[in-house]
Design a binder for this molecule. Structure first.
Ligand SMILES: Nc1ncnc2c1ncn2[C@@H]1O[C@H](COP(=O)(O)OP(=O)(O)OP(=O)(O)O)[C@@H](O)[C@H]1O
Ligand SMILES: [Mg+2]
Length: 329
C-alpha cells in the first residue's frame, strides 16, 4: 500500500549534465551539472542552467565548478546540494527523496568507495537507492535486448568519460573506460587556438567550435567558423576564422583512444558474442556521439557497424526509468 505514496526516480548524474526520469511522467529534468559558488565564502549562488549561463562571465568573487569529474563525485557536498536542488525542482520543496526510491547510474569500473558515496548521498534523503552501470542503462534505454543470450555493445562518449561495454544476459561481460570525453576535447581546442593564433577563448566558445566546426569523417565538406577571443599579446578582443581541418587534427588523438577501446573490447569478446556484435553493431550514445560524422568514422576504422542512438543524451536516464519498473516491487 505504501508504494502508492512513493515517488520513483531514475537519475543520470553525469559530469556535464544531470537528467531525471520520474515514473509516470518521463524525463522531468535535464540540466548542466554545474554550481556557481562565491570564492571567498563558498556560498552557492546558482545551480544548473543558471550557473551554466555564467561560465566565462563571472566576476572575480564567483566561480563555476563541475562537482563531478571523470564521471565520479569529486566534491561530495556540492554534488549533494546540486542533486537536492534538482529533485526539489521536480518534486516540490517540502521533502527531498523522503518517500522515494531512486535508481542512479554510475560509470563502470568505479571503486566501491566511489559507489558508496553515490548511494550515501541518495540514502541521506530517500528510502532506498540502487545503482546501475551506465552502459547497461544506456542499452536498456535504447531498447537493446540486454536480458537475452545475445551480445550488445555500447559506446558512451560523455563529457568527462568514455566507456565501451559488452553486455549479455543482463550483465556486463567486459568494459573499458577512458577518462576523456567532450570536456577534454574543449580543452584541446582552447590550447590549440592559444598556441596557433595567440588567442584566448572561453570554454563555451571551444564547445561551440566542437559542435559546429568538426567533421570526424573526412572528406566531408570543410566547415569554417568565426570565433572571438582575447589577443594574448595585445589584450584586445579579436576575431579569427577557424576551419574544420584544423580541429579534426586535434581530435585525432581522441579518436585513436576510442578506436583502441573498441578493439580491446572486441578482442575480449567470446567468439559467439563477437559474431553478434559484427551482425548487430555498436550502439553509440552520450553527448559526444553527436560529433559530426563520428559514427561513420568509427565504423570505417573498426570495421564494426556503428549505430547512433536516436536520442544519444537520453539513453541512460531512459534505462534507469525502465529499471524502476523492475525494482518497484
Ligand atoms: N552536437 C554535439 N556535438 C559534439 N559534442 C556534443 C554535442 N552535443 C553535446 N556534446 C558534448 O557532449 C558532452 C556531454 O555529454 P553527456 O551529457 O552525455 O555527458 P555526461 O553524461 O554529463 O558526462 P559523463 O558521462 O562523462 O559523466 C559535452 O562535452 C558536450 O559538449
Ligand atoms: Mg554520461
Amino acid at each position: 500500500m505504501l508504494r502508492r505514496f512513493e515517488q520513483l526516480f531514475g537519475v543520470d548524474l553525469g559530469t556535464c549534465n544531470t537528467l531525471i526520469y520520474q515514473e509516470g511522467k518521463g524525463i522531468v529534468l535535464e540540466e548542466p551539472s554545474v554550481v556557481a559558488i562565491q570564492t571567498d565564502t563558498g556560498r552557492i549562488e546558482a545551480i544548473g542552467s543558471e550557473a551554466y549561463a555564467m561560465i566565462g562571465r563571472t566576476p572575480q568573487n564567483l566561480q563555476v565548478i563541475y562537482p563531478l569529474k571523470d564521471g565520479v563525485i569529486a566534491n561530495f557536498d556540492m554534488t549533494t546540494a546540486m542533486l537536492k536542488y534538482f529533485i526539489n525542482k521536480v518534486n516540490g520543496r517540502n521533502h527531498w527523496f523522503r518517500s522515494s526510491r531512486v535508481i542512479i547510474s554510475v560509470p563502470c569500473g568505479i571503486t566501491n568507495v566511489q559507489k558508496r558515496a553515490v548511494e550515501e548521498m541518495i540514502v541521506n534523503g530517500s528510502r532506498k537507492s540502487v545503482t546501475i552501470e551506465e552502459p547497461l542503462a544506456a542499452a536498456m534505454g535504447a531498447g537493446l535486448p540486454v536480458d537475452e543470450p545475445v551480445g550488445s555493445m555500447v559506446l558512451d562518449i560523455g563529457g568527462g568519460t568514455s566507456q565501451v561495454a559488452l553486455i549479455s544476459l543482463g550483465g556486463i561481460v567486459f568494459s573499458k573506460h577512458v577518462p576523456f570525453g567532450g570536456l577534454s576535447i574543449d580543452q584541446d581546442i582552447i590550447e590549440y587556438v592559444k598556441k596557433t593564433y595567440q588567442l584566448i577563448i572561453g570554454e563555451r566558445t571551444a564547445e561551440d567550435i566542437k559542435k559546429n566546426a568538426t567533421t570526424a569523417m573526412k572528406p566531408d565538406k570543410v566547415l569554417h567558423m568565426d570565433i572571438r577571443g582575447r589577443d594574448l599579446v595585445e589584450g584586445l578582443p579579436k576575431t579569427i576564422s577557424i576551419s574544420s581541418n584544423e580541429i579534426d587534427d586535434i581530435l585525432d588523438n581522441f579518436f585513436i583512444l576510442i578506436v583502441d577501446s573498441i578493439r580491446q573490447a572486441m578482442e575480449q569478446c567470446p567468439p559467439e558474442l563477437a559474431g553478434d556484435i559484427m551482425e548487430r553493431g555498436i550502439l553509440l550514445c552520450g553527448g559526444g556521439a553527436l560529433l559530426n560524422g563520428l559514427d561513420r568514422r568509427l565504423q570505417k576504422e573498426t570495421g564494426v557497424p556503428v549505430h547512433l542512438a536516436e536520442n544519444p543524451m537520453e539513453c541512460i536516464v531512459m534505462g534507469t526509468g525502465k529499471m524502476l519498473s523492475y525494482n518497484a516491487s
